[in-house]
Design a binder for this molecule. Structure first.
Ligand SMILES: Cc1ncc(COP(=O)(O)O)c(C=O)c1O
Length: 462
Protein backbone atom coordinates (compact mmCIF):
# COMPACT_ATOMS: atom_id res chain seq x y z
CA UNK A 1 0.00 0.00 0.00
CA UNK A 2 1.08 3.54 -0.74
CA UNK A 3 2.58 4.98 2.47
CA UNK A 4 0.96 8.42 1.97
CA UNK A 5 -2.48 6.90 1.63
CA UNK A 6 -1.88 4.97 4.82
CA UNK A 7 -0.76 8.10 6.66
CA UNK A 8 -3.99 9.83 5.72
CA UNK A 9 -6.10 6.90 6.85
CA UNK A 10 -6.54 7.56 10.55
CA UNK A 11 -8.30 4.27 11.18
CA UNK A 12 -5.22 2.49 9.88
CA UNK A 13 -3.03 4.59 12.19
CA UNK A 14 -5.17 3.64 15.18
CA UNK A 15 -5.00 0.00 14.12
CA UNK A 16 -1.21 0.14 13.70
CA UNK A 17 -0.83 1.77 17.10
CA UNK A 18 -3.13 -0.73 18.77
CA UNK A 19 -1.32 -3.66 17.21
CA UNK A 20 2.27 -2.55 17.49
CA UNK A 21 2.98 0.28 19.95
CA UNK A 22 3.72 -0.43 23.59
CA UNK A 23 2.57 2.71 25.42
CA UNK A 24 4.37 4.12 28.45
CA UNK A 25 2.89 3.57 31.92
CA UNK A 26 -0.10 1.78 30.40
CA UNK A 27 -1.97 -1.45 31.14
CA UNK A 28 -2.86 -2.44 27.59
CA UNK A 29 -5.79 -4.72 28.34
CA UNK A 30 -8.10 -1.68 28.18
CA UNK A 31 -7.41 -1.46 24.45
CA UNK A 32 -9.40 -4.68 24.03
CA UNK A 33 -12.49 -2.48 24.25
CA UNK A 34 -11.38 1.10 23.50
CA UNK A 35 -9.00 2.61 20.99
CA UNK A 36 -5.75 4.20 22.09
CA UNK A 37 -5.74 7.98 21.78
CA UNK A 38 -3.58 9.39 19.05
CA UNK A 39 -2.61 13.03 19.41
CA UNK A 40 -2.58 14.30 15.87
CA UNK A 41 -1.97 18.02 16.08
CA UNK A 42 -1.15 20.81 18.50
CA UNK A 43 -1.36 24.59 18.55
CA UNK A 44 -0.64 26.81 21.55
CA UNK A 45 -2.34 25.23 24.58
CA UNK A 46 -4.51 22.88 22.54
CA UNK A 47 -4.14 19.43 21.00
CA UNK A 48 -6.46 17.46 18.72
CA UNK A 49 -6.97 13.71 18.81
CA UNK A 50 -7.79 11.28 16.00
CA UNK A 51 -11.51 12.00 16.17
CA UNK A 52 -10.88 15.72 15.71
CA UNK A 53 -11.78 16.49 19.32
CA UNK A 54 -9.98 19.53 20.73
CA UNK A 55 -8.38 19.29 24.17
CA UNK A 56 -7.01 21.91 26.52
CA UNK A 57 -3.67 20.55 27.70
CA UNK A 58 -3.07 21.45 31.36
CA UNK A 59 0.03 19.26 31.63
CA UNK A 60 2.30 20.44 28.78
CA UNK A 61 2.37 17.21 26.83
CA UNK A 62 1.38 14.97 29.74
CA UNK A 63 4.73 15.19 31.50
CA UNK A 64 5.45 18.92 32.03
CA UNK A 65 7.54 19.33 28.89
CA UNK A 66 6.09 21.63 26.22
CA UNK A 67 6.84 24.87 28.11
CA UNK A 68 6.40 27.19 25.11
CA UNK A 69 3.30 25.46 23.74
CA UNK A 70 2.62 23.61 20.50
CA UNK A 71 3.09 24.58 16.86
CA UNK A 72 6.18 26.78 17.18
CA UNK A 73 7.26 27.09 13.57
CA UNK A 74 10.37 29.05 14.42
CA UNK A 75 11.72 26.13 16.47
CA UNK A 76 10.86 23.69 13.68
CA UNK A 77 12.56 25.95 11.13
CA UNK A 78 15.69 26.36 13.24
CA UNK A 79 15.93 22.59 13.67
CA UNK A 80 15.31 21.98 9.97
CA UNK A 81 17.96 24.50 8.91
CA UNK A 82 20.46 23.02 11.35
CA UNK A 83 19.78 19.42 10.28
CA UNK A 84 20.32 20.22 6.65
CA UNK A 85 23.60 21.94 7.47
CA UNK A 86 25.00 19.51 10.06
CA UNK A 87 22.83 17.01 11.88
CA UNK A 88 25.25 15.13 14.06
CA UNK A 89 28.74 14.60 15.17
CA UNK A 90 29.92 12.59 18.19
CA UNK A 91 30.41 14.75 21.26
CA UNK A 92 34.20 14.61 21.35
CA UNK A 93 33.91 17.35 18.69
CA UNK A 94 31.97 20.58 19.05
CA UNK A 95 29.03 21.85 17.02
CA UNK A 96 27.80 25.39 16.44
CA UNK A 97 24.45 25.06 18.27
CA UNK A 98 26.11 23.06 21.05
CA UNK A 99 28.59 25.86 21.74
CA UNK A 100 26.02 28.62 21.38
CA UNK A 101 23.41 27.05 23.60
CA UNK A 102 25.97 26.26 26.32
CA UNK A 103 27.04 29.92 26.35
CA UNK A 104 23.47 31.21 26.53
CA UNK A 105 22.40 28.69 29.12
CA UNK A 106 25.28 29.54 31.43
CA UNK A 107 24.32 33.23 31.28
CA UNK A 108 21.18 32.14 33.17
CA UNK A 109 23.14 30.10 35.70
CA UNK A 110 25.68 32.29 37.53
CA UNK A 111 28.31 30.15 39.22
CA UNK A 112 27.98 27.29 36.72
CA UNK A 113 30.51 26.77 33.98
CA UNK A 114 30.31 23.58 31.89
CA UNK A 115 27.57 21.83 29.94
CA UNK A 116 27.63 18.09 29.16
CA UNK A 117 25.04 17.02 26.57
CA UNK A 118 23.00 13.83 26.54
CA UNK A 119 19.43 13.04 25.63
CA UNK A 120 17.15 12.28 28.57
CA UNK A 121 16.69 13.35 32.15
CA UNK A 122 17.64 9.89 33.38
CA UNK A 123 20.85 10.04 31.43
CA UNK A 124 21.71 13.53 32.65
CA UNK A 125 21.41 12.27 36.21
CA UNK A 126 23.47 9.17 35.47
CA UNK A 127 26.25 11.46 34.24
CA UNK A 128 26.13 13.36 37.53
CA UNK A 129 26.37 10.07 39.45
CA UNK A 130 29.33 8.97 37.37
CA UNK A 131 31.03 12.29 38.09
CA UNK A 132 30.53 11.78 41.84
CA UNK A 133 31.83 8.22 41.61
CA UNK A 134 34.91 9.13 39.59
CA UNK A 135 35.78 11.96 41.94
CA UNK A 136 35.47 9.49 44.84
CA UNK A 137 37.79 7.05 43.11
CA UNK A 138 40.35 9.72 42.45
CA UNK A 139 40.24 11.41 45.84
CA UNK A 140 39.33 8.75 48.39
CA UNK A 141 40.06 5.43 46.71
CA UNK A 142 36.33 5.11 46.06
CA UNK A 143 35.28 5.50 49.69
CA UNK A 144 33.23 8.70 49.39
CA UNK A 145 30.99 7.16 46.73
CA UNK A 146 27.50 7.07 48.24
CA UNK A 147 24.79 9.21 46.74
CA UNK A 148 21.82 10.31 48.83
CA UNK A 149 18.38 10.80 47.32
CA UNK A 150 15.12 11.85 48.88
CA UNK A 151 11.97 9.91 49.61
CA UNK A 152 9.24 10.82 47.01
CA UNK A 153 11.72 12.33 44.51
CA UNK A 154 12.20 10.77 41.06
CA UNK A 155 15.32 10.98 38.93
CA UNK A 156 14.64 8.71 36.01
CA UNK A 157 13.82 5.32 34.67
CA UNK A 158 17.09 3.49 34.06
CA UNK A 159 18.09 0.99 36.72
CA UNK A 160 20.62 3.31 38.34
CA UNK A 161 18.38 6.37 38.09
CA UNK A 162 15.66 4.27 39.72
CA UNK A 163 18.16 3.24 42.37
CA UNK A 164 18.05 6.88 43.37
CA UNK A 165 14.26 7.05 43.18
CA UNK A 166 12.27 7.71 46.33
CA UNK A 167 9.00 6.25 45.03
CA UNK A 168 8.35 2.73 46.28
CA UNK A 169 5.74 1.73 43.72
CA UNK A 170 7.70 3.13 40.80
CA UNK A 171 10.65 1.02 41.88
CA UNK A 172 8.81 -2.19 42.78
CA UNK A 173 9.73 -5.28 40.71
CA UNK A 174 12.67 -3.71 38.89
CA UNK A 175 15.41 -4.45 41.41
CA UNK A 176 17.97 -5.47 42.38
CA UNK A 177 19.32 -1.97 42.27
CA UNK A 178 22.72 -0.35 41.96
CA UNK A 179 24.46 -0.26 45.33
CA UNK A 180 25.57 2.94 47.04
CA UNK A 181 22.30 4.91 46.96
CA UNK A 182 20.77 5.87 50.30
CA UNK A 183 17.39 7.47 50.99
CA UNK A 184 16.77 10.56 53.12
CA UNK A 185 13.30 11.65 54.37
CA UNK A 186 11.00 13.87 52.31
CA UNK A 187 10.22 17.45 53.35
CA UNK A 188 6.44 17.63 52.81
CA UNK A 189 5.12 19.34 55.91
CA UNK A 190 1.50 18.40 55.11
CA UNK A 191 2.60 14.80 55.73
CA UNK A 192 5.01 15.76 58.50
CA UNK A 193 7.38 13.06 59.69
CA UNK A 194 9.08 15.07 62.42
CA UNK A 195 7.53 16.25 65.62
CA UNK A 196 9.68 19.29 66.17
CA UNK A 197 9.81 22.67 67.88
CA UNK A 198 12.17 23.89 65.17
CA UNK A 199 11.09 25.30 61.85
CA UNK A 200 9.92 22.30 59.82
CA UNK A 201 12.33 23.10 57.00
CA UNK A 202 15.27 22.98 59.39
CA UNK A 203 14.13 19.68 60.89
CA UNK A 204 13.64 18.11 57.46
CA UNK A 205 17.09 19.28 56.35
CA UNK A 206 18.68 18.09 59.58
CA UNK A 207 17.25 14.65 58.80
CA UNK A 208 19.62 14.61 55.81
CA UNK A 209 22.55 15.33 58.07
CA UNK A 210 21.52 12.47 60.34
CA UNK A 211 21.74 10.09 57.39
CA UNK A 212 25.16 11.48 56.45
CA UNK A 213 26.40 10.95 59.99
CA UNK A 214 24.87 7.49 60.20
CA UNK A 215 26.48 6.41 56.91
CA UNK A 216 29.73 8.21 57.71
CA UNK A 217 30.47 11.54 56.02
CA UNK A 218 33.61 10.02 54.52
CA UNK A 219 31.42 7.63 52.51
CA UNK A 220 28.90 10.17 51.16
CA UNK A 221 29.92 11.95 47.95
CA UNK A 222 26.68 13.43 46.62
CA UNK A 223 23.11 14.44 47.35
CA UNK A 224 20.51 14.71 44.59
CA UNK A 225 17.28 16.65 45.12
CA UNK A 226 14.50 18.07 43.01
CA UNK A 227 14.09 21.79 43.82
CA UNK A 228 10.33 21.20 43.93
CA UNK A 229 9.39 17.52 43.86
CA UNK A 230 7.34 16.74 40.75
CA UNK A 231 5.83 13.27 40.28
CA UNK A 232 6.15 12.57 44.01
CA UNK A 233 3.28 14.99 44.66
CA UNK A 234 4.35 18.56 43.80
CA UNK A 235 6.21 19.23 47.02
CA UNK A 236 7.34 22.82 47.53
CA UNK A 237 10.07 22.70 50.19
CA UNK A 238 9.34 24.50 53.47
CA UNK A 239 11.05 27.77 54.31
CA UNK A 240 14.62 27.48 55.64
CA UNK A 241 15.02 24.02 54.08
CA UNK A 242 17.32 24.84 51.20
CA UNK A 243 19.82 27.09 53.01
CA UNK A 244 20.24 24.43 55.68
CA UNK A 245 20.68 21.72 53.01
CA UNK A 246 23.41 23.81 51.41
CA UNK A 247 25.13 24.29 54.77
CA UNK A 248 25.06 20.55 55.47
CA UNK A 249 26.50 19.69 52.06
CA UNK A 250 29.35 22.17 52.50
CA UNK A 251 30.08 21.00 56.02
CA UNK A 252 30.41 17.36 54.95
CA UNK A 253 31.96 17.97 51.53
CA UNK A 254 28.97 16.44 49.75
CA UNK A 255 28.36 17.49 46.13
CA UNK A 256 24.90 18.98 45.71
CA UNK A 257 23.16 17.85 42.51
CA UNK A 258 19.92 19.61 41.65
CA UNK A 259 17.56 17.78 39.33
CA UNK A 260 15.88 20.50 37.27
CA UNK A 261 14.45 18.06 34.72
CA UNK A 262 10.95 19.37 35.47
CA UNK A 263 11.56 22.76 37.12
CA UNK A 264 14.23 23.94 34.69
CA UNK A 265 13.61 26.46 31.92
CA UNK A 266 11.02 28.58 33.60
CA UNK A 267 8.46 26.13 34.94
CA UNK A 268 8.42 27.72 38.42
CA UNK A 269 8.85 31.34 37.26
CA UNK A 270 12.66 31.53 37.49
CA UNK A 271 15.02 30.03 34.94
CA UNK A 272 15.75 27.25 37.41
CA UNK A 273 13.90 26.15 40.52
CA UNK A 274 16.95 26.37 42.79
CA UNK A 275 17.21 30.08 41.99
CA UNK A 276 14.21 30.76 44.26
CA UNK A 277 16.24 29.60 47.21
CA UNK A 278 19.67 31.16 46.76
CA UNK A 279 21.32 27.75 46.49
CA UNK A 280 24.71 27.24 44.85
CA UNK A 281 24.71 23.73 43.40
CA UNK A 282 27.73 21.75 42.25
CA UNK A 283 25.76 20.14 39.42
CA UNK A 284 22.43 20.82 37.77
CA UNK A 285 20.64 18.41 35.46
CA UNK A 286 17.85 19.35 33.03
CA UNK A 287 15.85 17.92 30.13
CA UNK A 288 12.11 18.19 29.41
CA UNK A 289 11.53 21.95 28.99
CA UNK A 290 15.01 22.68 27.65
CA UNK A 291 13.67 22.37 24.11
CA UNK A 292 9.99 22.02 25.05
CA UNK A 293 9.93 18.57 23.45
CA UNK A 294 10.73 19.87 19.95
CA UNK A 295 13.91 17.80 20.10
CA UNK A 296 15.51 15.47 22.64
CA UNK A 297 18.15 17.16 24.74
CA UNK A 298 19.43 16.95 28.28
CA UNK A 299 22.29 18.66 30.05
CA UNK A 300 24.44 18.00 33.07
CA UNK A 301 25.85 21.37 34.09
CA UNK A 302 28.74 21.66 36.53
CA UNK A 303 30.82 24.29 38.25
CA UNK A 304 34.36 24.95 37.07
CA UNK A 305 35.56 23.42 40.36
CA UNK A 306 33.97 20.06 39.48
CA UNK A 307 35.11 20.26 35.85
CA UNK A 308 38.69 21.07 36.88
CA UNK A 309 39.00 17.81 38.76
CA UNK A 310 38.76 16.00 35.41
CA UNK A 311 41.54 17.88 33.66
CA UNK A 312 43.95 18.36 36.54
CA UNK A 313 46.08 15.28 35.81
CA UNK A 314 46.71 15.01 32.08
CA UNK A 315 49.45 12.47 32.75
CA UNK A 316 46.94 10.06 34.25
CA UNK A 317 45.25 8.32 31.30
CA UNK A 318 42.19 7.47 33.43
CA UNK A 319 41.54 10.88 34.96
CA UNK A 320 39.29 12.56 32.38
CA UNK A 321 35.54 11.91 32.15
CA UNK A 322 35.43 8.76 30.04
CA UNK A 323 31.77 9.01 29.19
CA UNK A 324 29.82 9.38 25.97
CA UNK A 325 26.21 9.80 24.92
CA UNK A 326 25.85 9.17 21.18
CA UNK A 327 22.76 11.31 20.76
CA UNK A 328 24.32 14.02 22.90
CA UNK A 329 25.96 14.88 19.57
CA UNK A 330 22.65 15.58 17.80
CA UNK A 331 22.46 19.23 16.85
CA UNK A 332 18.65 19.30 16.78
CA UNK A 333 18.59 19.50 20.59
CA UNK A 334 20.68 22.64 21.13
CA UNK A 335 19.27 24.26 17.96
CA UNK A 336 15.75 23.81 19.33
CA UNK A 337 16.87 24.85 22.83
CA UNK A 338 18.32 28.14 21.55
CA UNK A 339 15.06 29.05 19.87
CA UNK A 340 13.06 27.87 22.87
CA UNK A 341 15.06 30.17 25.12
CA UNK A 342 14.57 33.12 22.75
CA UNK A 343 10.81 32.55 22.87
CA UNK A 344 10.83 32.45 26.68
CA UNK A 345 12.68 35.78 26.71
CA UNK A 346 10.91 37.61 23.90
CA UNK A 347 7.44 36.67 25.13
CA UNK A 348 8.28 37.31 28.82
CA UNK A 349 7.12 33.83 29.68
CA UNK A 350 8.86 33.68 33.05
CA UNK A 351 6.84 36.70 34.15
CA UNK A 352 3.68 35.17 32.74
CA UNK A 353 4.48 31.94 34.55
CA UNK A 354 4.71 33.75 37.90
CA UNK A 355 1.57 35.79 37.30
CA UNK A 356 -0.54 32.90 36.00
CA UNK A 357 0.91 30.56 38.63
CA UNK A 358 -0.20 32.90 41.42
CA UNK A 359 -3.61 33.16 39.83
CA UNK A 360 -3.90 29.38 39.46
CA UNK A 361 -2.88 28.85 43.09
CA UNK A 362 -5.57 31.32 44.20
CA UNK A 363 -8.11 29.46 42.12
CA UNK A 364 -7.00 26.15 43.62
CA UNK A 365 -7.44 27.64 47.11
CA UNK A 366 -10.95 28.63 46.03
CA UNK A 367 -11.57 25.04 44.94
CA UNK A 368 -10.31 23.84 48.29
CA UNK A 369 -12.82 26.09 50.03
CA UNK A 370 -15.59 24.36 48.04
CA UNK A 371 -14.45 20.75 48.23
CA UNK A 372 -13.59 18.89 51.43
CA UNK A 373 -11.89 16.32 49.25
CA UNK A 374 -9.00 18.74 48.69
CA UNK A 375 -6.70 18.42 51.68
CA UNK A 376 -3.83 20.58 50.49
CA UNK A 377 -2.92 22.73 47.52
CA UNK A 378 0.64 23.71 46.70
CA UNK A 379 2.82 24.90 43.89
CA UNK A 380 5.31 27.35 42.49
CA UNK A 381 4.79 29.09 39.17
CA UNK A 382 2.89 26.91 36.75
CA UNK A 383 3.72 23.77 38.65
CA UNK A 384 0.76 22.99 40.89
CA UNK A 385 -0.81 20.17 42.84
CA UNK A 386 -3.97 19.45 44.82
CA UNK A 387 -3.85 16.54 47.24
CA UNK A 388 -7.14 14.64 47.59
CA UNK A 389 -8.19 13.17 50.92
CA UNK A 390 -11.06 11.05 52.15
CA UNK A 391 -10.99 12.90 55.48
CA UNK A 392 -9.50 16.34 56.06
CA UNK A 393 -8.97 15.72 59.78
CA UNK A 394 -7.04 12.47 59.50
CA UNK A 395 -5.61 13.34 56.05
CA UNK A 396 -6.42 9.84 54.91
CA UNK A 397 -5.68 9.80 51.19
CA UNK A 398 -8.41 8.96 48.70
CA UNK A 399 -7.95 5.69 46.86
CA UNK A 400 -6.04 6.18 43.61
CA UNK A 401 -9.15 5.16 41.69
CA UNK A 402 -10.80 8.39 42.93
CA UNK A 403 -7.88 10.45 41.65
CA UNK A 404 -8.09 8.66 38.31
CA UNK A 405 -11.82 9.24 38.11
CA UNK A 406 -11.31 13.00 38.56
CA UNK A 407 -8.72 13.04 35.77
CA UNK A 408 -10.95 10.91 33.51
CA UNK A 409 -13.96 13.13 34.20
CA UNK A 410 -12.09 16.30 33.15
CA UNK A 411 -10.99 14.51 30.02
CA UNK A 412 -14.34 13.02 29.04
CA UNK A 413 -16.61 15.85 30.11
CA UNK A 414 -14.63 18.95 29.23
CA UNK A 415 -11.77 17.68 27.05
CA UNK A 416 -9.33 19.10 29.61
CA UNK A 417 -6.18 17.04 30.15
CA UNK A 418 -4.95 17.19 33.74
CA UNK A 419 -2.46 14.87 35.45
CA UNK A 420 -2.05 12.97 38.71
CA UNK A 421 0.60 11.11 40.67
CA UNK A 422 0.71 7.81 38.88
CA UNK A 423 1.42 4.44 40.59
CA UNK A 424 4.36 6.04 42.34
CA UNK A 425 3.71 5.98 46.07
CA UNK A 426 1.78 3.14 47.72
CA UNK A 427 -1.41 4.60 49.19
CA UNK A 428 -0.51 8.13 48.15
CA UNK A 429 -1.33 8.39 44.47
CA UNK A 430 -3.75 11.15 45.36
CA UNK A 431 -2.35 14.41 43.98
CA UNK A 432 -3.84 16.11 40.95
CA UNK A 433 -1.14 17.83 38.91
CA UNK A 434 -1.44 20.94 36.77
CA UNK A 435 1.44 22.21 34.68
CA UNK A 436 0.09 24.17 31.72
CA UNK A 437 2.45 25.71 29.18
CA UNK A 438 3.97 29.04 30.24
CA UNK A 439 1.91 30.82 27.57
CA UNK A 440 -1.37 30.09 29.33
CA UNK A 441 -3.93 32.81 30.03
CA UNK A 442 -6.42 33.44 32.82
CA UNK A 443 -9.13 32.08 30.55
CA UNK A 444 -7.21 28.82 30.19
CA UNK A 445 -6.80 28.56 33.94
CA UNK A 446 -10.48 29.31 34.52
CA UNK A 447 -11.38 26.56 32.07
CA UNK A 448 -9.11 24.09 33.87
CA UNK A 449 -10.42 25.03 37.33
CA UNK A 450 -14.06 24.85 36.19
CA UNK A 451 -13.39 21.39 34.84
CA UNK A 452 -11.75 20.16 38.07
CA UNK A 453 -14.61 21.74 40.05
CA UNK A 454 -17.15 19.79 38.00
CA UNK A 455 -15.16 16.58 38.31
CA UNK A 456 -14.86 16.88 42.09
CA UNK A 457 -18.59 17.56 42.38
CA UNK A 458 -19.39 14.54 40.25
CA UNK A 459 -17.04 12.28 42.18
CA UNK A 460 -18.34 13.46 45.57
CA UNK A 461 -21.91 12.78 44.44
CA UNK A 462 -21.21 9.09 43.74
C1 LIG B 1 12.49 15.18 38.26
C2 LIG B 1 12.77 14.22 37.14
N1 LIG B 1 14.02 13.84 36.90
C3 LIG B 1 14.33 12.98 35.91
C4 LIG B 1 13.35 12.48 35.09
C5 LIG B 1 13.71 11.52 33.99
O1 LIG B 1 13.66 12.13 32.77
P1 LIG B 1 13.54 11.26 31.41
O2 LIG B 1 12.18 10.64 31.41
O3 LIG B 1 13.77 12.26 30.35
O4 LIG B 1 14.62 10.23 31.47
C6 LIG B 1 12.02 12.87 35.29
C7 LIG B 1 10.95 12.37 34.41
O5 LIG B 1 9.78 12.53 34.64
C8 LIG B 1 11.71 13.76 36.36
O6 LIG B 1 10.45 14.11 36.61
Amino acid sequence: MNVNVRQNDISHIVHADKEHVWHHLTQHSKFDTVDPLIIVEGEGMRVWNQTGREHLDAVSGGVWTVNVGYGRERIANAVRDQLVKMNFFGGSMGTIPGAMFAERLLEKMPGMKRVYYSNSGSEANEKAYKIVRQIAHNRSGGKKHKILYRERDYHGTTITALSSGGQDERKAQYGPYTPGFVEVPHCLEYRAQFDTDEEYGIAAANAIEEVILREGADTVGGLILEPVTAGGGVIVPPEHYWPRVQEICRKHDVLLIIDEVVCGMGRTGTWFGYQHYGVEPDMVTMAKGVASGYAAISCTVTTERVFDLFRANPDDPMSYFRDISTFGGCTAGPAAALENMSILEEENLLENCTEMGNYALERLEWLKSRHDMIGDVRGKGLFLGAELVADRETKEAVHESVTHTVVAHCFAQDAVIIGATNRSLAGLNNTLCLSPALICTKDDIDEIITSVDGALKAVAAV
